[in-house]
Design a protein around this ligand. Structure first.
Ligand SMILES: Cc1cc2nc3c(=O)[nH]c(=O)nc-3n(C[C@H](O)[C@H](O)[C@H](O)COP(=O)(O)OP(=O)(O)OC[C@H]3O[C@@H](n4cnc5c(N)ncnc54)[C@H](O)[C@@H]3O)c2cc1C
Length: 348
């Protein structure tokens, strides 16, 4: 079939890759001037694959899509390796840690109790498990805390930048046409319109994130992150600090880099990171790993998470048009399951 995709973010690239692999003729439209221009939230994401931790705010459907996606990512990354062998994608399934400093255990305990309470029936293996100080030291030798720690054993992480790049290269190898620097001005069943031209397709996917207005009342939720270079700090897993005021995570990446994030602010301001977020994020990161004092700040980035009014994802299909949006703070967690569902619903 002839497929048009509006948006080359996380969903657009994953759809393009999967559809091209299945033999469809795919064209993708995006206002970015090049494949590397980082307009999409997908680039900025820390890439935590956290079905359990997301249950704090999300619902059972997101948890289940997340659990399904963990398995799907493993096969997608293997497929990417086949189509783009020179583009490594780091994918780890070693669980993630929740930490609370001494004195903050009260609010941490409430979070742990909430997660334990929300652990879906039949999924007890996902519930938070307390870690002794010795177990914590053997899991993550960089962390020195006299507080408490828990492991969420079935969580993972993906390097979002590597994955965005590999999906583009692999999809290109499979024949996808990219129309960069082409903003979709409107779309409907089987039609995508840009300022230059109208294009006809057998099926259209609207995955424009915050750009889908006015068709969807999606809003952007500002998120700010840092990249640190810390060769002296060995970290294996994502760490979430259960702080009473700031929610901060540290996510290790290849090349001795650590992503520290993220603010969550009801604003569509994409200007650079604020002093307040800088102080809060970096002070909290330093409190978890004091050796980060000598880390170098190599990058900071701001982006907008696409969210609907209920902060939950939405997938709508009518004849010739599928819309997927509202992936909010768990797009990497759930995209593979949503894409699989979208393609199955229309027998693609
Ligand atoms: C700071 C931060 C941290 C995050 N951390 C995580 C995490 O750890 N784990 C996780 O699972 N998720 C995380 N996320 C969320 C995740 O990044 C998003 O849920 C996901 O990127 C949404 O994917 P999408 O394809 O819907 O939107 P996007 O990735 O934003 O892509 C939308 C695309 O549509 C394009 N577009 C817009 N308007 C138009 C138009 N008119 N015509 C054509 N194209 C258009 C845009 O240019 C963009 O390329 C994080 C997000 C942020 C900002």
């Amino acid at each position: 079939m002839k497929i048009g995709i509006a948006g080359a973010g996380l969903l657009g690239r994953l759809l393009a890759f999967q559809l091209a692999r299945a033999g469809h003729a795919v064209t993708v439209f995006d206002p970015a001037t090049s494949p590397e221009q980082r307009g999409a939230a997908g680039w900025t994401a820390a890439g935590m694959l956290s079905p359990m931790a997301e249950l704090e705010t999300a619902n059972l459907a997101v948890f289940e899509q997340g659990v399904r996606s963990l398995a799907l990512w493993a096969s997608i990354v293997a497929d990417l390796k086949a189509s783009a062998p020179e583009h490594h994608v780091m994918l780890k399934m070693m669980g993630s840690l929740l930490l609370a400093h001494k004195g903050d255990e009260g609010s941490a305990r409430r979070m742990i109790d909430l997660l334990a309470h929300k652990t879906p029936a039949g999924h007890a293996e996902h519930a938070p498990k307390p870690l002794s100080r010795m177990a914590l030291r053997s899991a993550e030798s960089a962390i020195h805390t006299s507080g408490s720690a828990w492991i969420l054993p079935h969580e993972g992480q993906i390097d979002s930048v590597q994955a965005m790049t590999a999906m583009t290269v692999a999809a290109t190898t499979l024949g996808v046409t990219w129309r960069w620097n082409e903003t979709v001005t409107s779309l409907q069943q089987g039609v995508i319109k840009t300022a230059k031209q109208d294009f006809s397709f057998d099926w259209v996917f609207d995955v424009r994130g915050t750009g889908a207005r006015p068709d969807l009342s999606v809003r952007g939720v500002r998120g700010e992150i840092f990249w640190l270079h810390a060769p002296s700090v060995e970290l294996q897993r994502p760490i979430r600090l259960l702080h009473p005021r700031h929610r901060v995570y540290l996510v290790p990446r290849d090349g001795n880099r650590i992503v520290v994030g993220a603010s969550e602010i009801e604003s569509e301001d994409r200007s650079p990171i604020s002093l307040r977020s800088t102080v809060e994020l970096l002070a909290a990161a330093h409190s978890v790993i004091p050796e980060l004092a000598e880390a170098r700040i190599i990058h900071s980035e701001t982006n907008l998470r696409p969210a609907l009014s209920d902060n939950l994802p939405r997938l709508e299909a009518s004849d010739g048009l599928t819309r997927i949006n509202g992936l909010f703070r768990h797009g990497w967690l759930i995209a593979p399951a949503l894409v699989k569902q979208a393609l199955a619903e229309i027998s693609l």
